[in-house]
Design a protein around this ligand. Structure first.
Ligand code: XMP
Length: 520
């Protein structure tokens, strides 16, 4: 294994925790470069002078199993600061002569830790109350500290919740400072990297951009890459990153399903073909999608038909480009966490997700997934760094099956037209009132219900339009956005007065759970 010698870094040795990438993210957020390596691969000889500190991650193992996994324990003898997190903390203790055993009381979730001694690691961490809520997730714990270790903080069930050996610069925490649930967890990481490792800031979005471009060039060489472009934030950033890295060797395929937001196809062609000069293959498949969806009202059937058709069309066009070796996808880090079942149990399927990822396995292409270690906000920052417009970067998420799942019941051309207009007016109103960026996702839906209204002196009998606007951090949970009455009145008037086919507007006030963000 060869680690870059030119840039100072914090090395994160991964023992299989689902949070390892989060540790890297926190270090990056603090402006310092970090690299993750597997504990099975890293050897003493790989540690070079650029490594200013080492974090040992958590993990599902038990310290007594560690011999089976060839972790080079000599690394711990180096004169470099170490921070052990959860399992990493247990290893630091065990391999220095301490003891680890199964806890009588397993701790999962928020727990108070109480300050016992001062440490560089906890400067500004404990407030006046001298305790802090931290997030624990462990079954084993350190039961006896090695020589020269001192307790810095304890919880009711973990006597050695924070420990240090000042001479050897070993620091251990039984909880997870990298997760947002741990109050001020980032302060611990900041203290470790700046006060203990004494590393200087050396990492920005620009550095990240350059590094990703370098990595892509290294991975794909002079081969051709195809990318399914949806016009959403993730696929747009991936396409632009590859465009910068390999230019005309990238071929983007954009499928207009007819289920996109109003004018979306025009914007995508304008941006990517005209402005950014990419190889963009525009496929108008509106009719094909509509034909295949005729008389289908079951949400899961809709999703399957759209997903399969998308792949079929994508394959059809991809085959026309000869000698393609790679497929670029906008997989993000949360997608990776979610697809990995941490407990090993089967999670129940709510919806069959379709997105431009998950593309043709049988095409035998290697994957390029440059965003796979990033979170949505990091992707947005990267997009700005890549000169993508604010408009693209700050767009609300849009589902792969598009308007089809915002139109319960059968899909018709007429309904699509009505819905596109309603959605357009809603989104424009949000933008005009400075609300768009305060909301995580907002859209209009068309319900398969007609109600009676009166316009002028005439009776109307038309569709019901539902508006949904939610706040969320990651789409996993959500709450409805509370608009002022004046805004609701004006958007309701605008939609009913401007669109033939809608005579009533309702606002969805359910959170997720129990509802989902989309209707189907
Ligand atoms: P739900 O409706 O499951 O949505 O609460 C959570 C987030 O996922 C988006 N979504 C999708 N995104 N393909 C996608 O790329 C899909 O099939 C899909 N279904 C839902 C939804 O818009 C929300 O942001």
């Amino acid at each position: 294994m060869s680690l870059d010698q030119n840039i100072n870094k914090i090395l994160i040795i991964d023992f299989g925790s689902q949070f390892t990438q989060l540790i890297a993210r926190r270090v990056r957020e603090l402006g310092v470069f970090s690299e993750i390596v597997s504990h099975k691969k890293i050897k003493l000889k790989d540690i070079n002078r650029s490594i200013k500190g080492i974090v040992l991650s958590g993990g599902p193992l038990n310290v007594y199993q560690i011999n089976k996994y060839s972790f080079d324990k000599k690394i711990l003898q180096l004169d470099i600061p170490f921070l052990g997190i959860c399992f990493g903390h247990q290893i630091l203790s065990k391999l220095n002569g301490g003891r680890v055993k199964q806890s009588k009381h397993r701790e999962f979730g928020l727990v108070n830790v109480y300050k016992k001694n001062d440490s560089l690691l906890t400067i500004n961490f404990f407030g006046n109350k001298k305790n802090k809520k931290v997030w624990m997730s462990h079954a084993d714990q350190v039961s006896k500290l090695p020589k020269n270790f001192k307790v810095i903080a304890s919880s009711t069930n973990s006597k050695f919740a924070i420990v240090e050996n000042k001479i050897k610069k070993y620091y251990g925490v039984q909880f997870h400072p990298e997760v947002t649930h741990t109050e001020s967890g980032k302060k611990l990481i900041r203290n470790f990297i700046f006060l203990i490792c004494k590393i200087k800031k050396n990492w920005s979005s620009k550095d990240q951009r350059n590094q990703l471009i370098k990595d892509i060039r290294k991975q794909v060489g002079s081969n051709k890459v195809i990318c399914a472009l949806s016009g959403g934030v993730d696929s747009s950033v991936v396409a632009q990153l590859l465009n910068k890295a390999i230019g005309k060797k990238l071929y983007c395929i954009f499928v207009n399903t007819g289920l996109l937001r109003k004018n979306e196809e025009i914007q995508v062609v304008q941006t990517f073909k005209k402005r950014l000069k990419m190889n963009l293959i525009y496929v108008n498949a509106e009719k094909e999608f509509l034909n295949n969806l005729k008389n289908v009202y079951d949400p899961e059937k809709k999703r399957k038909i759209i997903g399969n058709l998308f792949i079929k069309i994508f394959e059809r066009y991809a085959k026309k480009i000869k000698n393609v070796k790679f497929l670029a996808q906008g997989t993000l880090y949360p997608d990776l966490i979610e697809s990995k079942s941490v407990t090993g149990s089967q999670t129940s399927k709510i919806k069959s997700h379709h997105n431009v990822g998950g593309l043709p396995k049988k095409m035998n292409l290697k994957l390029v997934e440059p965003l796979k270690f990033l979170f949505k906000d990091e992707v947005r920052k990267l997009g700005l760094e890549l000169n993508l417009s604010k408009e693209i970067i700050s767009r609300h998420p849009f589902p792969g099956p598009g308007l089809a799942i915002r139109m319960p019941g059968v899909i018709t051309n007429k309904k699509i037209k009505i819905l596109k207009e309603a959605d357009y007016y809603f989104v424009q109103a949000l933008k005009n009132n400075g609300l768009y960026n305060k909301i995580w996702q907002a859209y209009a839906a068309l319900l398969p219900v007609k109600t009676v209204g009166v316009m002028g002196d005439n009776r109307t009998y038309e569709y019901l339009c539902l508006l949904r606007a939610i706040t969320s951090e990651d789409g996993m949970t959500a709450d409805y956005y509370e608009f002022k009455k004046s805004f609701m009145q004006s958007i309701s008037n605008k939609i009913v007065n401007s669109i033939r086919g809608i005579n009533r507007v309702v606002y969805d006030v359910t959170s997720k759970p129990p509802s989902t963000i989309e209707l189907e």
